[in-house]
Design a protein around this ligand. Structure first.
Ligand SMILES: Nc1ncnc2c1ncn2[C@@H]1O[C@H](COP(=O)(O)OP(=O)(O)O)[C@@H](O)[C@H]1O
Ligand SMILES: Cc1ncc(COP(=O)(O)OP(=O)(O)O)c(N)n1
Length: 275
């Protein structure tokens, strides 16, 4: 009998299901890895933006971590929304006890809607506490500029930022996501040995809510299977490209990506998706 693989996401919620823990669990499931979740913040949000945020008590986050690790050791871990310095300190202590487990750090700072998901003062702390523990860090362009502390205006700058996150900040790998570029959707990976460009057609759609979470969750699921970071990122790129191609025209704002999009590949859109 084959081994049951598991992945843990430590993140905030999206009650409309497009981003955060809900997106992560859907992505894990699609990649046939059993998903587990520890809640950091409950976020009242939808396709239009964030309405309110309630942080979990630190002691309760710790209890949830204990509940998971005392029973099922995950094959890979992902972090998403970690809003405060105190949460970062707690989670970093926990991760340090489990350094053999691949760890994907999605440095969620601001939602596409413009709403802040991390306290501004914590941007420095995440660099110091969580980035050095990561098997791979997955910033979008604005997040990469904050980690790199410089503007990123070209593909060459994306390469420099990826190298900086590895060589100066201590992550094992970094992929700078180019969803916010104007041209093709080009992501730049530095895996500690080489730079890799992963490019895909840019789909003209506003329904990209949850792309970053889904991409990083697929990387996590693949790392749980024991593949290399390069293989995991390539798979995630293909998965997210289909998820955006078949994105869902749901809600009144930016609809979610389609977690079963890769299963529709080669089929016509199923009604009202990509705009
Ligand atoms: N319109 C698009 N068409 C194709 N791929 C896209 C599009 N927007 C984002 N992507 C891809 O989706 C992934 C997430 O990127 P990005 O949008 O930058 O992250 P975030 O959601 O964290 O801001 C990346 O692989 C990026 O290249
Ligand atoms: C709880 C929570 N975590 C992360 C995000 C950000 O999601 P992301 O996939 O980066 O993309 P957008 O939703 O911002 O387009 C979130 N919104 N909520």
């Amino acid at each position: 009998m084959s081994k049951i693989l598991t992945a843990l996401t430590i993140a905030g919620t999206d009650p409309t299901g497009g981003a955060g823990i809900q997106a992560d669990l859907k992505a894990f499931q699609e990649r046939e890895v059993f998903g587990m979740s520890v809640l950091t913040s409950a976020v009242a949000q939808n396709t239009c933006g964030v309405q309110a945020v309630e942080h979990m008590k630190l002691s309760f986050i710790e209890q949830q971590l204990d509940s998971v690790f005392n029973d099922i050791t995950p094959n890979a871990i992902k972090t998403g929304m970690i809003a405060t310095n105190e949460m970062m300190e707690l989670i970093s202590k926990y991760l340090k006890k489990h350094t053999a487990i691949p760890y994907v750090m999605d440095p969620v700072m601001v939602a596409t809607s413009g709403d802040a998901l991390m306290e501004e003062e914590s941007r420095k702390v995440i660099r110091e506490l969580l980035v050095p523990l990561a098997s791979v860090v997955t910033p979008n362009l604005p997040e990469a500029e904050i980690l790199f502390e410089q503007k990123i205006a070209s593909v060459a700058d994306m390469e420099l930022a990826a190298r900086y996150i590895v060589n100066q900040l201590g992550a094992k790998a970094a992929v700078i996501k180019g969803g916010h570029l104007k041209a093709d959707a080009l992501d730049v990976l530095y895996d500690g040995a080489s730079i890799h460009h992963l490019s895909a057609e840019r789909y003209k759609t506003k329904h990209t809510h949850g792309t970053g979470c889904t991409f990083a969750a697929v990387v996590t699921a693949e790392l749980a299977k024991g593949v290399t970071v390069l293989e995991a990122v390539k798979l995630a790129k293909s998965f997210i490209t289909d998820a955006i191609h078949y994105s869902l025209n749901l809600g009144n704002g930016n609809g979610p990506t389609n977690h079963w999009g890769y299963r529709l590949q080669g089929l016509p859109n199923q009604g009202g998706q990509t705009q």
